[in-house]
Design a binder for this molecule. Structure first.
Ligand code: B12
Length: 283
């Protein structure tokens, strides 16, 4: 597409150049030597558009962030495009831009699980890649997380007095030592939309406190998360303890360190499948 545009631009410029060439010198308002120069300038400008991964932040325009979400329901290419725009907005420290991309997608009919899984999560993963490569600072990465938390909160309806939950209560916690909690937050939002009453404890929940909370809040489902590979054994241990204390309790696990090794728990990594997997845990 880009190549076609460049070729068309060159043809148009050459035609103008030829036309100018045919004119009598007194009629020429645009001297011949400007033509090649303008081609070079236009190509240079075009090239600059492509520089994405420099360290510097750049503004996200209305055109790029959210103004054109006409296919928001999300074919593969469309979700990739939106994810790129979302990432650009994060990198530009442009909270309103990130919100416009996400809210625009929902407005156009994309589901929340799809938005989370295909638009926001890949953008956050890319933030991690860039941070690992040294292309982003820790501050950039913290800011991206903070903006995403803000976007997620802004997309939710205001809390209202609890209507009787159709599916029961679900408790969400990341294991002790685990600071990564965006995926857990997303899982809580999705199950809330599916009729659960979410009790979200967030990151780094001490095991003792978690077990007490399960005791006192009597949830119907406990969702546990771990991201750091070093915390995979802890996730297994905590899940085992919950299972031993409450053998009939629904147990859901997720996060990059979660694995199917944990007996009797439903492992979900793809949030688009979350509700389906909860409804049929054996699947
Ligand atoms: C943001 C971030 C942070 C933030 C987290 C803030 C927060 N409130 O969440 C902060 C700054 C705290 C942080 C700290 C660290 N981080 Co960090 N971080 C990230 C980053 C960039 C994004 C994580 C994220 O939010 N992803 C978006 C979510 C939506 O995706 P997800 O977590 O993959 O979850 C998906 C599924 O797993 C699932 N899911 C997740 N949770 C749950 C829960 C349930 C119940 C269910 C059903 C599903 C589910 O749904 C999601 C969508 O598919 C990742 C990069 C990456 N590749 O993920 C690194 C990354 C995870 N961090 C990493 C590291 C090394 C660290 C630090 C050690 C850095 C340091 N030197 O201090 C510390 C460790 C802190 C700790 N003890 O936990 C490494 C982990 C390496 C590893 N595998 O062990 C990564 C991969 C970066 C990298 N490329 O190296 N980090």
């Amino acid at each position: 597409m880009t190549m076609i545009r460049i070729v068309m631009m060159l043809i148009a410029l050459l035609r103008v150049r030829n036309r100018v060439g045919q004119l009598h010198p007194h009629e020429r308002r645009w001297p011949n030597f400007w033509a090649p120069l303008s081609v070079i300038a236009l190509l240079a400008l075009w090239g600059l558009r492509g520089i994405r991964y420099g360290r510097s932040l750049y503004p996200v325009t209305e055109m790029s962030a959210g103004a054109d979400n006409s296919m928001g329901r999300g074919t593969g290419r469309e979700t990739e495009r939106l994810s790129r725009l979302y990432l650009e907005a994060l990198r530009a420290a442009d909270g309103p831009g990130a919100y416009r991309v996400a809210a625009g997608a929902l407005r156009e009919g994309m589901t929340t699980p799809r938005l989370y899984q295909r638009v926001i999560a890949p953008a956050m993963h890319e933030i991690g890649e860039l941070w690992e490569q040294g292309a982003l600072t820790v501050a950039d990465e913290h800011l991206a997380t903070a903006l995403t938390n803000r976007v997620l909160a802004a997309l939710r309806p205001a809390p209202v007095e609890a209507v009787a939950p159709r599916q029961g209560r679900a408790l969400f916690a990341a294991v002790e030592g685990e600071q990564h909690a965006l995926g857990l937050r997303m899982a809580a939002d999705i199950l809330e939309d599916a009729g659960y009453d979410p009790v979200y404890l967030g990151a780094d929940v001490p095991t003792e406190a978690l077990l007490q909370a399960v005791e006192s809040l009597a949830p119907d489902l406990v969702a546990l998360a771990a991201t750091m590979s070093t915390l995979a054994p802890r996730l297994e241990a905590v899940a085992g303890e919950v299972r031993r204390a409450h053998p009939r309790l629904g147990l859901l696990i997720g996060g990059q360190a979660a694995s199917s090794r944990i007996d009797g728990a439903t492992l979900v990594q793809d949030l688009e499948l979350l509700f389906e997997r909860i409804a049929t845990p054996q699947a």
